[in-house]
Design a binder for this molecule. Structure first.
Ligand code: SF4
Length: 392
């Protein structure tokens, strides 16, 4: 389809591939193991959905595509290529679009990577989580560190120049030096991007059974038995920033670090409030200030094909738009622009958030400089508290 996108609005595409070899012990994402036949059926439905939604997105150009999961790399390479072909023929995809696929070590090989390359995928996001095989086992991951290194090396040799590595800190029993080991190992590889999140113990997961009480105890300021103390967790976070900065990475969002110019365009767009369309099971969308999502029930999703329905349709009012603007924008280290706020809502940020801004600046959680408002180092450490102050 024609690539000239002058006057078209920007859109990001997210495709959800909800399949995994098996569930990790900490995972509450919408993902599941499934037979090959189900996966094939799902891909066929997703192809239909791409074509259906493409029809109603003629006034948009697509700047980023993100295959997330689940484990998108569990699909055959040819299936990803088919999905990309359908996207290109149904949407106006920019010629320089960032196209990312999430991959898990142990599910990649040369043939798959070749398919990705030929389909124009230019960014890999590899879920390593830890460089320690003991920790990987505890997390219930399907791979070990050696498999990750092999896959990473192969991707580099095949010419992938934009790779993210996902990591998780604050694991049960983890000490700061264990986390330092993982960071060191990953930094040796010099990936373009590193995402480093702290473990969240989510309800409904095996981890919740084992560490739920511990997590609650820590939240209430007590001493957890197996999870790291809050202080240790903060120490790990500070160490991450420091070690990565020494190697030339910039923290551009609370948990995301990139070498110059390698920030993830897809996520940055999301935090900046660019419209996004989610395709596939359970995916959510925000277009023209309207939120909607797909069913989270696999049978229902497959049964809807080819007439996919939008669920939970909500038109965001001004208040919600302002909350989103602050809530998402402040996640980025460059913060929000006062001018953009003014332009979008015809009011200064102080007009709405005067009390919160004053209080947070006084507490040294927020800073204002050159027309921008952003979190301080101290504010980042308690970002949940700071961001919650912008809910109206
Ligand atoms: S690979 Fe990712 S999505 Fe799949 S079960 Fe593990 S954490 Fe969840």
């Amino acid at each position: 389809m024609e690539r000239n996108h002058e006057k078209r609005k920007e859109l990001e595409l997210y495709l959800h591939i909800p399949f995994c070899v098996r569930k990790c012990n900490y995972c509450d994402f919408l993902s599941m193991p499934a037979e090959e036949e189900v996966r094939r059926h799902y891909v066929n439905c997703l192809l239909e959905e791409i074509m259906q939604r493409g029809e109603s997105c003629r006034e948009y150009h697509v700047s980023t595509v993100f295959f997330g999961g689940g484990t998108p790399s569990l699909l055959a390479g040819v299936q990803i290529a088919e999905l990309m072909e359908a996207i290109r023929s149904s949407f106006w995809v920019d010629s320089d679009a960032e196209i990312t696929i999430e991959c898990n070590p142990g599910t990649l090989d040369r043939q798959k990577l070749l398919f990705y390359q030929n389909a124009g995928i230019n960014r890999l996001s590899i879920g390593l989580q830890s460089a320690s095989n003991r920790e990987l086992q505890l997390l219930g991951r399907i791979h070990n560190c050696e498999q990750f290194l092999e896959n990473y090396d192969l991707a580099r040799k095949m010419g992938f120049e934009n790779i993210n590595v996902d990591l998780i800190s604050a694991l049960p029993g983890q000490k700061t030096e264990d986390w330092e080991y993982t960071l060191k190992k990953v930094l040796e590889l010099r990936p373009e991007h590193i995402s480093a999140y702290s473990l969240m113990v989510e309800e409904g997961t095996p981890f919740y059974e084992t560490y739920g009480q511990d997590a609650e105890c820590r939240e209430q300021g007590g001493h957890p038995r197996e999870l790291p103390e809050e202080e240790t967790e903060q120490e790990m976070y500070l160490l991450t920033g420091q070690m990565l900065a020494e190697k030339g990475y910039r923290r551009y969002e609370i948990s995301n670090y990139a070498r110059p110019g390698r920030e993830c365009r897809h996520n940055t767009g999301y935090w900046r409030g660019i419209s996004y369309l989610g395709l596939g099971l359970g995916s959510s969308s925000l277009m023209d200030e309207t939120r909607f999502s797909n069913t989270r029930n696999m049978e229902e999703y497959l049964g809807q094909c080819p007439g996919f329905k939008r669920e939970n349709v909500t038109v965001l009012g001004k208040t919600q738009q302002m909350e989103e603007f602050m809530f998402l924008g402040l996640r980025m280290t460059e913060g929000i622009s006062r001018e953009e706020f003014q332009k979008k809502f015809q009011v200064e940020p102080e007009g709405i958030y005067g009390t919160a801004l004053q209080k947070l600046c006084r507490e040294n959680m927020l800073k204002q400089k050159e027309g921008r408002i952003y979190l301080t180092e101290q504010g980042i450490l308690v970002s949940n508290y700071v961001l919650s102050q912008f809910l109206l």
